[in-house]
Design a protein. Structure first.
Length: 150
């Protein structure tokens, strides 16, 4: 799996912890920033990461800001992307299994480091389960295709 990660300054420390955890698991990750001491407007990071996923340069991604909300809203503006905010393992699993979310958004000021690693693992190890969920996800995709604007 090709995985990307990005954050604003509020999420920097958690991003580095998650990157180290993923490396321990043998998972390579592309870092879209920010670097230590840098600041960024979170939508710019979210748009860059989400466009990479939408363009199939990455299969999935993790976005981190203070609450995860801003990153999630921003990433979902990119056509073809489903981003979900999760602060527990059940929601993270369901985000992938039921909604086929390619992007996981986390709040660095909301959850602790160990919980964040557990949430990332739950999402990363989950796979979309078509069946009952497919018609719902397909409806979202169809609506997006019919209503996208430039």
């Amino acid at each position: 799996m090709k995985l990307a990660i990005g954050c604003d300054e509020a999420g920097y420390k958690l991003k580095e912890i998650i990157k180290a955890h993923l490396a321990e698991c043998g998972q390579a990750v592309t870092d879209f920033g920010v670097a230590d001491g840098e600041t960024a407007l979170y939508p710019n990071i979210a748009f860059a990461v989400a466009n990479s996923v939408a363009g199939q340069n990455h299969d999935r991604a993790i976005l981190i800001c203070g609450t995860g909300i801003g990153m999630c809203i921003s990433a979902n503006k990119v056509v073809g992307v489903r981003a979900a905010q999760a602060h527990d393992t059940y929601s993270a699993e369901r985000a992938k299994k039921s909604n086929n979310a390619q992007i996981l958004c986390l709040g660095a000021l909301v959850i602790g480091y160990e919980l964040a690693k557990t949430i990332v693992d739950a999402w990363r190890n989950s796979h979309f389960e078509p069946g009952r969920s497919s018609p719902k996800v397909n409806l979202i995709v169809q609506y997006e295709a019919a209503n996208k604007t430039i």
